[in-house]
Design a protein around this ligand. Structure first.
Ligand code: ADP
Length: 222
């Protein structure tokens, strides 16, 4: 299965991607996580990406597409992958199509997570993430850790992402509407889009997502 996950910042893409990837036995590829790993390792790529990320803007395609391609070419992704945060604009979507086409591959589905804007801002402002594993996500009021700033799952340090400030969130939302939302229409033209609501309990959203993916990929096979 080759799946793309789209949705505004704070829709829960990272959380859902981790569960879905495990359920479907495919790797979860997050360009945001790849950038953050580069930043914490102090690489040149990380240095280039950081200023854009902190401003809530997209990292330029020249940097992003090469990095995503390299990750998708790793052996563990040969049988499929779940993309989270890539593509994020139409030119990235076209680059992904060209890359898949050259390998004789196609996408199976594009899962679109829908969530109202005021909810997004609330979710992100209180979000705390584990330094050891970005899928260990907490919220100061919605799902507080038992001990402040300590991950319930692995004991790691919880932190607030540099780009999770209210001002940057507004910029990220604007970028989402102007640059990322158009890829939903792009993929709709290919009959790949499945939209679900991302409201409610994490496990309910995962179930909804699995159901929707099953239906849409079954449909494609019929
Ligand atoms: P979120 O989905 O919560 O906005 P991500 O971790 O996916 O968070 O992305 C954080 C930041 O990383 C983005 O705001 C952007 O600066 C950068 N980024 C991630 N993926 C891409 C991409 N495909 N193209 C350009 N920039 C990206």
């Amino acid at each position: 299965m080759r799946i793309v996950l789209v949705g505004p910042p704070g829709a829960g893409k990272g959380t859902q991607a981790a569960y879905l990837a495990r359920n479907l036995s495919i790797p979860h590829i997050s360009t945001g996580d790849l950038f953050r790993a580069n930043i914490s390792q102090g690489t040149e790529l990380g240095r280039q990406a950081k200023a854009y990320m902190d401003a809530g803007e997209l990292v330029p395609d020249e940097v992003t597409i090469g990095m995503a391609k390299e990750r998708m070419e790793q052996p563990d992704a040969a049988g499929g992958f779940l993309l989270d945060g890539f593509p994020r604009n139409v030119s990235q979507a076209e680059a992904l199509d060209a890359m898949l086409k050259s390998e004789g591959m196609t996408l199976d589905a594009v899962l679109d997570l829908e969530v109202p804007e005021d909810e997004v801002v609330k979710r992100i402002a209180g979000r705390r993430i584990c330094r050891n594993d970005s899928s260990h996500v907490f919220h100061v009021t919605y799902s507080p850790p038992k001990q402040e700033d300590v991950c319930d799952i692995c004991g790691g340090d919880l932190y607030q992402r540099d780009d999770d400030t209210e001002e940057t969130v507004r910029k990220r939302l604007e970028v989402y509407h102007t640059q990322t939302e158009p890829i939903i229409d792009y993929y709709r033209g290919q009959g790949l889009v499945v939209t679900i609501s991302a409201l409610g309990k994490v496990t309910d959203v995962t179930e909804r997502a699995m159901e929707a993916l099953k239906k849409s990929t079954q449909h494609a096979k019929d």
